[in-house]
Design a protein around this ligand. Structure first.
Ligand code: C2E
Ligand code: CA
Ligand code: CA
Length: 612
């Protein structure tokens, strides 16, 4: 937590500490008076602007407070002090709300309003005041406990622990309170800056709680809150929620307001999922006083990635969104950012549909030939996934793979692709043993590269009877980087099956030669960006030439991707590149078209023809 007095000068600190210690000494004497003072201010000045720190709220009287009111405050127990060079203020400080909340009320004598700097300073004071109040409560608790019990030391420890617990937990529900939550948010934001993760805040406010409290009485209301806290905690603690949506902190913000901090959200959609779980947890009726009670909640969501927001902004945004949810009819969630909401909901729907598409017939594979430059024959095909969306038509992988990669969906999708590609490969199986069979290349995403992968691949091969050497798996450098620790073992296990490994998009990532040495790789796929610059940029030519040499030296085959022109093809032939792939030879094709391609009948190349 930020030190509230950070940035204060020594004289400022000295002055404030003097103020605080006088407050400490006389606090019991002044308590009643100050409460009155606060009342006077509240009643007379009307709605005070509230803000400031967690446990100490700070009320500012406007500059128009007439002097006699200020005097009334002062004579009621407040302090007329020269605070921190801000001129004479009337400061009234007290432990209000039966000792739970400290309040610092400051009214200014004179005409000028407080400057922003002064406001910041006063908020800082409020923070310090909160600490002082905690100390006071600690002393008080300790004293009373000591009076009651002979086991002084043990009791004192207990009291201290209790106190430490109490100051950061809600008394009724036992959940973390605002102080602890804000502290956790602060840390979460710091972490998210480091690892560019997403932090979300869900501000949960029960609908019509006030009516329940008033009609059934606050003891019943309290019991309801405890039950609500229990259900929310249970849902969020479940290992499933944790595994899917990262870690959460459930806190009681006060009254019937709960705030959930979600770390490592992975994607904004997951904030919605957490909100949906909360709504689902509240849905079954609550049993109170032998009657059933139904309750809903309005939820405001604010998310940040890479920590663009500060702690207080984020919480405030979620609060604002919660109020919007109330305005729009309650029992719903709203995002702080309406555009974000539209995007997130759209993505969420697409994700749901994609989940269904995997089970149905809506996904399909197209295959792009990979050609040997030595004799022009088709040696293999790369399987590329397409989604026949019921409303949006045929979707290219760029429109749904990144989405699938945000969740476990990519694993299901990837497994489907692998099995389908193997099934298709088996159908193409060459009956003539003298002719080498077609190889099928399948793209893998990072999340698929787990210990389970060798078994998944092994199963697909066994089930379809495809020979392992006919399967190529394409990985990218970024993928290897993300999973570097375990990747070596997984790749070794795949290789042990007999499968070949290709490094895809070579040249676009870090292109560290390190990877080429460190991982067991068979094929290098040289990225399209180099091939498209061949012939126009000498540096591209040099890079392509060097990469082909390098691949050869390491015993790898090189595939040039994205060959579109005869000039590029000629260049690659001159450089003795092994294989090539690109629109110049063929666009990705439906599986039915592949046998003709293999027997040498390439389809006529119309450059305007859209890829399937
Ligand atoms: P990639 O692995 O680099 O696949 C090659 C992409 O380049 C394909 O795009 C292909 O249609 C396109 N392409 C091929 N030749 C040419 C050419 O001469 N000129 C141009 N401009 N483009 C060419 P596609 O099918 O849209 O796939 C895009 C990316 O989506 C793939 O890039 C791959 O990273 C990913 N992807 C496709 N299918 C799968 C899959 O089943 N699983 C996973 N994890 N990723 C996939
Ligand atoms: Ca690829
Ligand atoms: Ca590629």
């Amino acid at each position: 937590m930020r030190n509230p007095v950070e940035g204060w000068s020594k004289p400022q600190l000295a002055e404030f500490l003097a103020f605080v210690s006088s407050f400490t000494e006389e606090k019991s004497a002044m308590r009643g008076g100050v409460e009155r003072a606060a009342e006077v201010l509240d009643a007379e000045v009307g709605a005070l602007v509230r803000g400031g720190s967690v446990e100490a709220s700070i009320g500012f009287a406007s500059a128009e407070v007439p002097e006699e009111k200020l005097l009334a405050v002062a004579s009621g127990g407040g302090y007329a002090v020269e605070v921190l060079g801000l001129g004479t203020c009337v400061a009234a400080a007290a432990a209000l709300d039966d000792g739970q909340n400290g309040q610092l009320i400051v009214a200014r004598c004179g005409d000028d309003a407080f400057s922003q700097e002064a406001l910041d300073l006063l908020r800082g004071m409020a923070g310090v005041l909160a600490l002082v109040l905690k100390m006071l409560r600690a002393l008080e608790g300790e004293r009373s406990l000591r009076e009651r019990s002979g086991h002084e030391i043990g009791e004192r420890r207990k009291a201290e622990q209790q106190l430490a617990h109490q100051t950061i937990h809600d008394v009724l529900t036992g959940l973390p309170n605002r102080t602890l939550l804000r502290d956790r948010v602060e840390h979460a934001l710091e972490r998210s800056k480091r690892d560019a993760s997403t932090v979300g805040i869900l501000f949960v406010d029960l609908d019509d709680f006030k009516a329940i409290n008033e009609s059934l009485g606050s003891p019943v209301g309290d019991r309801l809150l405890v039950q609500v806290a229990g259900r929310l905690g249970e849902t969020l603690r479940s290992s499933d929620t944790k595994a899917r949506f990262g870690g959460q902190t459930l806190s009681c913000w006060g009254g019937d307001e709960f705030v959930v901090l979600c770390e490592n959200l992975n994607s904004e959609q997951n904030a919605i999922r957490v909100a949906e779980r909360i709504a689902a947890a509240l849905a079954p009726p609550f049993l109170l006083e032998s009657s059933e009670l139904r309750i809903t909640a309005s939820i405001g969501i604010a998310v940040t990635s890479a920590g663009q927001s500060t702690r207080d902004e984020l919480i405030h945004d979620a609060d604002t969104a919660m109020h919007r949810a109330k305005e729009r009819g309650r029992d719903r969630y709203e995002f702080f950012d309406a555009d974000l909401r539209a995007r997130v909901v759209g993505r969420l729907n697409l994700e749901r549909e994609l989940g269904q598409a995997i089970g149905c017939d809506d996904l399909r594979l197209v295959y792009q030939p990979i050609v040997s430059l030595a004799d022009g024959g088709v040696v293999g095909v790369e399987a590329l996934v397409r989604w026949q969306h019921p409303e949006r038509g045929l979707l290219a992988p760029a429109e749904f793979i990144p989405l699938a990669e945000e969740s476990q969906l990519i694993v299901d999708l990837g497994t489907w692709v692998l099995e389908e590609a193997c099934r298709q490969s088996a159908r193409w199986q060459q009956p003539d043993p003298d002719r080498p069979s077609l190889r099928v290349s399948v793209n893998l995403s990072a999340r698929q590269l787990t210990d389970a992968l060798p078994e998944i691949v092994g199963n697909a091969l066994r089930r379809t009877g495809v020979h392992p050497t006919r399967l190529w798996l394409e990985l990218t450098e970024t993928l290897l980087m993300e999973t570097a620790q375990s990747a070596t073992d997984i790749l070794a296990a795949l290789r042990a099956l007999g499968v070949r490994i290709a490094l895809d998009d070579f040249g676009t990532g870090y292109s560290s030669l390190n990877y080429l040495q460190r991982f067991p790789l068979d094929i290098l796929k040289l990225d399209r960006s180099f091939i498209s610059r061949l012939g126009s940029e000498p540096s591209a030519f040099m890079i392509v030439a060097a990469t082909i040499d390098l691949g050869r030296a390491l015993g790898m085959s090189v595939v040039a991707e994205g060959v579109e022109t005869p000039e590029q093809l000629q260049c690659l032939r001159d450089l003795d590149c092994h294989f090539a792939q690109g629109f110049h030879f063929a666009r990705p094709q439906r599986p039915e078209a592949i046998p003709d391609l293999v027997s040498g009948r390439l389809p006529s190349q119309d450059p305007n023809q859209p890829p399937p």
